[in-house]
Design a binder for this molecule. Structure first.
Ligand code: B12
Ligand code: SF4
Length: 645
């Protein structure tokens, strides 16, 4: 008997990982097949461990298996390194090793498992000679050996996933604040979209029967959302129809189901969509991908623009939550094509939209083509998170792709667009619950929106703003640019100072009867205090508005001939502002002193002067702080570092 630990690496990618935490279904399924062995699951995505704690957790295991998606490669290797230190045999499995078994060339990985892991991992744990195990790759000296592929298994023959092994994390798997369970009912997809790695992982399409699916759902207790993780759940609509019948018959439609579907399946079977709604299978993710037929054809999507429109209409009529995927920067797309995609997303009744940048995952047709055409700029797979471009296209630079992605998010999740969406939900009686019965969902969505807006803004500042001289303009509902913030602060400071001096003046009687030094000191004190407070408020407001993503527009400006970075420029701007304001303030104070000493200081003139001083002092303070915020200087957060110490 072997002691095996299956590990889900902690690597977090922006956006997607901020909306949901999935249980590691693949590992749970492998664990179920490890009959006769002692097995446990460590999900580092939900159980944060430092390196010392990790080493402690890994010790005593004979085999450590790690699940690897392409972006989690760095994090997975770190775990393998730690496992080797503890003397375990290390096995990497999952999507990335299936597509790039060459990763076994890393000294910390002993074996790479290609394709499904249930039987393969069992044979490894059983201690079968490695040259006889199908579906693995390993090093023989300096040579990589790829054993023959394992033939696809009958899904119905697998025991159900070991949900008990992740029960210790109960309450931590959530989507938009609700408890989340995952269920795989089919593997593979008969289509071959150029950007997708699925056809190369699973080779062919296999499915569980409706009865098998529903008996697994029945085992999933205490789950508010059940996610069918199949890439193309609606491939066989007759099966979907039968599953829905069983869900309804067994009263399992008390929970919310989410599925991934192609648009053509929906268009061809609107009657099944109606049943899906009755079974509460209400969250439907569809791949829209592009706004032109030429782009869809280029990616071999085998769908049409009219199907996209029709599918959205059918889903909306049935009260489904439409979650749509779009690809920003498809090969041969122009800037205008992507702008058209953004427009289309805003016009369709889409409820949630992903705008992922074109990403050449290994094992895809896109990777092959992009590599041949020299379009890939970065091969560090750990960075492949679909939120920052790693390749350019013939018509779009990486910066432009990035800019378009941000633009898409800002437009789609801008306040105006969201208000429109809210209205649509309110008018659709099947969807009204999103507003009326979904406080947790809305709160968690707003949190996600804030975090994402800040992420994009900072990323943009760090790259585009500094490299190309283009400018992103962010608008908050209150004010639009730093200059307006500063002006607001100045005017506010002036008004309050005016009011305060009038009050003080009334209280003390005639000011001019007081000694000159007292008056000047009072001016300076009052002005500085009020200006300071106002500038603080302005800055706080600025930071809050930027962080909260009260942002709904991005404008591209022609690259300027400016050579200095925005950061340098803002500092020098603020410096100039301050110098000018101080100069004027000194002039005014001199004027006050002269007027007072000549005995002709008018009470109202004094107030006006105090007011102007406050205005001028508040202006540069506020301007400088707002510029700092815009440039990412004050973000109050540290960048997340790797979790494994
Ligand atoms: C749920 C899900 C997620 C979840 C959880 C992922 C997880 N660890 O399970 C979250 C939301 C975190 C996620 C994130 C991402 N995902 Co995702 N995700 C999925 C989805 C829909 C289901 C995964 C699943 O449960 N499958 C069912 C189980 C049974 O299969 P499995 O996990 O692959 O496991 C089997 C084998 O792979 C193997 N295996 C897996 N692990 C191990 C470990 C060992 C030791 C062994 C021996 C074998 C083995 O055996 C298992 C049983 O046969 C898949 C699509 C799909 N249908 O698989 C996409 C998918 C895996 N995701 C994908 C992508 C693109 C991403 C993101 C990159 C997206 C992004 N915007 O950034 C991120 C990457 C996150 C990261 N940190 O690396 C791609 C894969 C891309 C790639 N090259 O890695 C997929 C295939 C979707 C697609 N059609 O393109 N994802
Ligand atoms: S994108 Fe969807 S339809 Fe296309 S190959 Fe991948 S899973 Fe199949």
């Amino acid at each position: 008997m072997s002691r095996a630990l299956l590990v889900n690496p902690p690597k977090e990618v922006p956006l997607l990982d901020w909306t949901m935490r999935y249980p590691p279904l693949g590992l749970m399924s492998i664990a179920a097949s490890l009959d006769g062995h002692d097995v446990d699951i460590l999900d580092m995505k939900v159980e944060g461990l430092n390196r010392k704690q990790l080493l402690k957790r890994l010790s005593g295991f004979d085999i450590v298996g790690v699940s690897v998606l392409t972006p989690s490669i760095d994090s997975a290797l770190e775990i393998c390194r730690a496992a080797k230190e503890c003397g375990a045999l290390t096995v990497a499995g999952g999507v990335h090793p299936s597509l790039m078994p060459e990763m076994v060339g890393n000294p910390e990985v002993d074996l790479a498992v290609r394709g499904e892991g249930e039987y393969t991992f069992k044979e490894i744990a059983d201690g079968k000679p490695i040259d006889t195990i199908a579906g693995i790759s390993y090093m023989d000296g300096t040579r990589i050996v790829h054993n023959p592929d394992r033939p696809p298994a009958d899904l119905g023959a697998f025991p159900p996933p070991r949900r008990d092994l992740v029960a210790k994390y109960s309450g931590l798997y959530t989507a938009f604040g609700r408890s989340l369970g995952a269920l795989s009912t089919a593997r593979g997809c008969p289509f071959r979209c150029s950007f997708c790695c699925v056809p190369n992982i699973w080779k062919g399409y296999r499915e569980l029967s409706p009865a098998e699916v529903v008996s697994e759902i029945a085992r999933m207790e205490h789950t508010e959302i059940v996610s069918f993780v199949d890439d193309n759940f609606c491939q066989d609509m007759r099966r979907v129809d039968a599953i829905c019948d069983l869900i309804i018959r067994h009263g399992l439609n008390d929970r919310l189901y989410s599925v991934f579907s192609r648009v053509d399946s929906i268009v061809q079977h609107p009657e099944v969509v109606e049943k899906m709604a009755r079974a509460n299978m209400r969250v439907v993710f569809i791949g829209i991908e592009a706004a032109t037929q030429a782009a869809l054809d280029r990616m071999n999507k085998k769908t049409s623009i009219s199907d996209i429109h029709r599918a959205c209409q059918i889903l909306e009529t049935n009260g489904m939550i439409i979650w749509a995927g779009h690809i920003v920067g498809n090969l041969d797309d122009t800037y205008e094509d992507v702008e058209a995609l953004i427009q289309m997303a805003r016009k369709l009744p889409v409820d949630i939209a992903d705008f992922t940048v074109i990403t050449p995952y290994p094992g895809t047709e896109l990777y092959k083509v992009a590599r041949e055409r020299g379009l890939i700029d970065e091969f560090d797979f750990a960075e492949y998170c679909e939120c920052e471009p790693h390749m350019h296209t013939p018509h779009l630079s990486r910066i432009e792709i990035m800019e378009l992605q941000i633009k898409a998010y800002l437009k789609f999740y801008g306040l105006r667009a969201m208000a429109k969406g809210g209205r649509r939900w309110a008018l659709n009686k099947e969807k009204r619950w999103i507003l009326t019965d979904n406080v947790t969902g809305i709160r968690s969505f707003m949190k996600f929106r804030r975090k994402s807006a800040f992420y994009f803004w900072r990323t943009y500042k760090e790259t585009v703003g500094k490299t190309e001289g283009t400018k992103i303009r962010r608008y908050s509902p209150l004010v639009s640019t730093p200059k307006v913030y500063s002006l607001g602060a100045g005017v506010g400071a002036a008004l309050i100072t005016f009011w305060v001096t009038v009050l003080i003046g009334r209280y003390y009687g005639q000011y001019s009867s007081r000694p000159l030094a007292f008056i000047v000191a009072d001016f300076l004190f009052g002005a500085a205090l009020v200006a300071f407070v106002i500038a603080m408020v302005a800055t706080w407001l600025a930071i809050k508005s930027y962080r909260r993503g009260w942002i709904f527009s991005v404008r591209r400006r022609k690259p300027s001939r400016r050579t200095r970075s925005i950061g340098e420029e803002s500092i020098s701007n603020a410096g100039l502002f301050t110098a000018a304001a101080l100069g004027l303030a000194v002039l005014l104070i001199v004027a006050v002193v002269l007027a007072a000493s000549s005995g002709r200081l008018d009470y109202h003139l004094k107030e006006i002067m105090v007011t102007v001083i406050a205005f001028l002092t508040a202006l540069p303070v506020s301007h400088h702080s707002v510029q700092m915020v815009r440039n990412g200087g004050i973000d109050g957060r540290r960048r997340p570092g790797p979790n494994t110490g």
